[in-house]
Structures are given as structure tokens and as C-alpha cells.
Design a protein around this ligand. Structure first.
Ligand code: 7TS
Length: 414
């Protein structure tokens, strides 16, 4: 009989890679349950950046001396690492940006302003983070296109059955969808949505900020047209992310930011643009950040994305089980088997900010608020939730500490 071994990881062992866990907060070890906001950094990422600064640092793509060539090589080899991570067809399709938000704004401005107009329809989901919602709402308004919202069912999953009605007789041009919801952890059916969108000639803008750290993201398999990620959510530094776009779309787009590096030639009257991806990389690149981003890719791939996904799935199931023992806690979102390692909840009679405050004194860090998802909060009928989110260094004992803290919060406030 064939034995299949599921990939697994040892979170207790991985924690030793992260200096932050050596520190105490309110005298307690840190239970960091806010990785959806930003993840902690392993030494390998910090050291890669320090080594770059100490040995290979100069500005890139402009000088012929050896040091500048080493820096350029480091940046471009980081791009190649990110290309492989996303399974993009070519490094020309990988644009370094500041974060996922900037990547999506790049598409909204550079593609949206030239391709949208009256009679066109832009669809974003009710689950979207503001970063893949507000730019589209704004550009639709600027261009006279109609902005429409794909609703959720009561379980926090997208209602694909509503798509045809939503489109009506409008020309659907854009479908904006998150691969994984940061507020509910819902894993969205991007492939199905992309098939529907492409039947109508629309482009699909996938926000993978919350997916890339936690599961395999393959731009070709997803079938999207643009996809944005942030390095800081996947153990990398802040200040860098990537926008992937299909080369044929990127080639036809106007630039977004203008200035140094992104030009081919500059005349007194007009200028022409550099080749991909440089056309979209005006100004000095986030060089050390890109090196750190590539080190983060190596780190999460070394741990294994399948193992990370499975680990978080087990943690989500454990957390939902533990929270279900508390009749005064309401959880939101789909069952554990259809979500990533994110659990949003409410404690009856206690404001989420008070919950987070009490937990902080226990050394447990969670986020309370609208999670940049106000349309979703309206759908849930709340203004805020408490959210615990997990990563490769999260251990079940931290979820136990969360539950103990919730008992305390209830005692103090309810
Ligand atoms: N998209 C999703 C799905 C996100 O979760 C976030 C950040 C962003 C986009 C924006 O990422 P940025 O790197 O451009 O800022 N989400 C969160 C969060 O859940 N809590 O804090 C930030």
C-alpha cells in the first residue's frame, strides 16, 4: 500500500529563527497572533539585508563599476526568485512596488484610467480589503464606469451565483478579488471567477497579500491577469512587494509613476518609456528590501508552503474548536477546511478593542478593528471584530493563552 506523508513543520523549532520571540511583553513570552497584519522576521532575512548593505551596496542599473554591478545583480536575482515563487512566465512581468496596495493602485491608474468608461462595469467583492476595493471604486467614479459589489453568503463565502445578475447588460472590464480574505480567512474560488471574467473579456486583479505567505500562489494556475503581494506579510521586510501582470497587458499600459530609470529617452516635448519591468519602476529601487524579499521567499519555501498551509489549517480548526467551547463568543467566516489561519470573533458585551487590551497584558497580540474591510463589517452587522491570525511560528499553546485571556476579558468587562 502506498503511504503518503503529508508535509509538516515544527513550529516550536522554527520559532528559534525569530529574534522577536526572545523578548517579553508585560513580563510574558510573546504570543504573536497578528501575522495577517505583518509577519515577524527570521534571522536569515535580516542577515541577507545586512550582508547586502555591507558587501554589495550601490545604486542599481546606472553605473559600470564592479560594486554597482554587484548591486544590480542582487536586485535582478531577487526578481528572478520572486518570479519563480509566483510561477510567472518571465521576470519582465514582475514589478517591484512598495506593497500590495501600491501594486493594485498601479493597475487601477495605469490600466483603469485608459481602459474604463461609461457602460463598463467594475466588480469588487464584499470581502475585499480596502486596497483592492477603494482604488476600483475611485477609478470607476473617475471614468464613469459602474462599480458593483459581489455579495457574500451568510457563511462568508462569495456568491458566484450572483455574478450574471450583477453584470446585467454592462460590459464587465475588471473583477477585483482577494485570494484569501484577511478578515475571515475565506479562500476564494479565484480560478472560477477568472473563468467567468475571461468569458466576458474582463481582467482579473487578484490580491494575494494574504495568500502568498500561507499557500502556493501560481499566477498561471489561478488564471488571473494581475496579482499583488507584500513581502512584509511573508517574513520579508516592509517597503517592498511585487506586482505581477501579463506581459501583453503591461506592455500596452501607460506608466504609473514617472521620473528616473523608467524612461528610454527624454526629449524637450515628450519622452518614451523603458522596457518591462523598468517602465513601472521609477526612481531608486527598494534594493536591500528586494534582497530581503528574496531571502523571505527562500525561507518560506524552505519550510514548505504546503506544510505552512496544513499547519495553519490545523491551527484554525483548533482555534475554532476552542472558541466554540465559549457560548459568549461568536465566530465569523467559513468552516476550517475552507479558510486560512485567520479567525475573527466577538466576545458578547465586550468591545474588540477592550478584548485586545486585556490580551495584551497577557502577552497575546491580536488585532481589533474593521481590518480595512468596512464593506464586510457592514455585511456582518458589526463595526469591528477581534482577529487572531497564525503563521508558521504559531503554536497551539498560544491559542490556549488566547482563550484564557478571553475569559479574563469577559470577567473584567462583560
Ligand atoms: N490586501 C489584503 C488582503 C491585506 O490583508 C492587506 C493588509 C493588504 C491588501 C494591504 O497590504 P499592504 O502591505 O499594501 O499594506 N492587511 C492588513 C491586515 O489585515 N491588518 O493590517 C493590514
Amino acid at each position: 500500500m502506498a503511504v503518503t506523508t503529508m508535509p509538516s513543520l515544527d513550529a516550536h523549532r522554527l520559532r528559534a529563527d525569530f529574534p522577536i520571540f526572545e523578548q517579553r511583553f508585560h513580563g510574558k513570552p510573546l504570543a504573536f497572533l497578528d501575522s495577517a497584519a505583518s509577519a515577524q522576521k527570521p534571522r536569515a532575512v535580516l542577515e541577507a539585508m545586512t550582508t547586502f548593505y555591507e558587501t554589495s551596496y550601490a545604486n542599481v542599473h546606472r553605473s559600470v563599476y564592479q560594486l554597482a554591478e554587484m548591486a544590480t545583480e542582487a536586485l535582478e536575482s531577487s526578481r528572478e526568485t520572486v518570479r519563480g515563487f509566483l510561477n510567472a512566465a518571465s521576470p519582465r512581468e514582475v514589478v517591484f512596488v512598495r506593497n500590495a496596495t501600491e501594486g493594485i493602485n498601479l493597475v487601477a491608474y495605469a490600466w483603469g484610467l485608459s481602459n474604463l468608461g461609461p457602460g463598463d462595469v467594475v466588480i469588487a467583492t464584499e470581502l475585499e480589503h480596502h486596497s483592492n476595493f477603494v482604488p476600483w471604486q475611485y477609478i470607476a467614479r473617475r471614468t464613469g464606469a459602474s462599480f458593483r459589489i459581489l455579495p457574500l453568503d451568510d457563511g462568508g463565502e462569495l456568491r458566484l451565483d450572483a455574478l450574471d445578475g450583477l453584470a446585467g447588460d454592462g460590459r464587465v472590464k475588471v473583477v477585483a478579488v482577494g485570494v484569501v480574505s484577511n478578515a475571515l480567512g475565506t479562500v476564494n474560488p479565484v480560478e472560477q471567477l477568472a473563468a467567468w471574467a475571461h468569458d466576458r473579456g474582463a481582467v482579473v486583479v487578484a490580491d494575494a497579500a494574504q495568500a502568498a505567505p500561507h499557500r502556493r500562489v501560481d499566477v498561471q494556475a489561478l488564471g488571473c491577469d494581475f496579482l499583488a503581494v507584500s513581502a512584509h506579510k511573508m517574513c520579508g521586510p516592509s517597503g517592498v512587494g511585487a506586482l505581477w501582470g501579463r506581459a501583453e497587458l503591461l506592455e500596452r499600459m501607460e506608466p504609473f509613476l514617472l521620473g528616473g530609470h523608467m524612461i528610454r529617452s527624454v526629449g524637450d516635448e515628450a519622452s518614451s518609456w523603458a522596457e518591462l519591468p523598468h517602465k513601472f519602476e521609477a526612481g531608486t529601487a527598494p534594493m536591500a528590501e528586494a534582497v530581503g524579499f528574496a531571502a523571505a521567499v527562500d525561507y518560506v519555501q524552505g519550510v514548505g508552503l504546503d506544510a505552512i498551509e496544513r499547519h495553519e489549517h490545523e491551527l484554525a480548526a483548533y482555534a475554532l474548536g476552542r472558541l466554540a467551547e465559549l457560548p459568549w463568543v461568536t465566530t465569523y467566516g467559513p468552516p476550517a477546511d475552507r479558510r486560512a489561519g485567520i479567525v475573527s470573533f466577538d466576545v458578547d458585551g465586550v468591545h474588540p478593542h477592550d478584548v485586545a487590551q486585556v490580551l495584551d497584558f497577557e502577552g497575546v497580540a491580536i488585532r481589533a478593528g474593521h481590518h480595512c474591510c468596512q464593506p464586510l463589517m457592514r455585511r456582518l452587522g458589526v463595526t469591528a471584530t477581534s482577529r487572531a491570525s497564525f503563521y508558521l511560528y504559531t503554536v497551539p499553546e498560544e491559542i490556549d493563552r488566547l482563550v484564557t485571556g478571553l475569559h479574563k476579558a469577559r470577567k473584567v468587562f462583560a
